[in-house]
Design a binder for this molecule. Sequence first.
Ligand code: CA
Length: 231
Amino acid sequence: MRKRILLLEDEQAIADTLLYALQSEGFEVRHVSLARQALDAFHDTPPDLAILDIGVPDGNGFDVCRTMRKTSELPIVFLTARHEEIDRVLGLELGADDYVVKPFSPREVCARVRAILRRSAGTAPVPPPASPVVADVLTLDEQAQRIGWAGEVLALTRYEYLLLATLLRRPERIFSRTELMSLVWGDAPHTADRTVDAHIKLLRAKLRARGVQGDVIQTHRHMGYSLRSHA
Ligand code: CA
């Protein structure tokens, strides 16, 4: 059965690119441009996944998400245009499954949608029960701005901390270099791409030095980095 996707996006050009990309991947897409229409469509024919733009003429994607969440656990992906919106997506406990920052490539959106649907279908590889959960072993103390590994505090520089904390808040989510640059180096706008790679390398070395086996921070070709949630 074809998976149904509900797409809320008021910018026609963006909607067209996404429609084309998602339909080419075999998804059945219903596109609407108003919050009200999104909720009507959602109640009409419950989709398998919703992609919600945040700023729409008659409301916003956050409220649409909240209303959907009252009755449904469907996966939700936000399309965000501004970085303040990312903070809200991550901070508001809206139960969003992922987000994509504009401008994005339709391929990236499709990849995320496929990954989320795979996870929610329960066909993702299930780790053996004995595996320690990395997110549990690596502990994040936001107040003290410290990260611990197996109970011991890691000696990290400010940017190493911010980078690892960003990955740790969303294990398994792939962050692109551009996203990491703005989330971690937002106060240093002239940061080069390779700064991200250099810091990832330093973090890996520090984790290895503490006896961490294997690559906790994973590289995804052409996409970015993620934190593995299981050892
Ligand atoms: Ca919009």
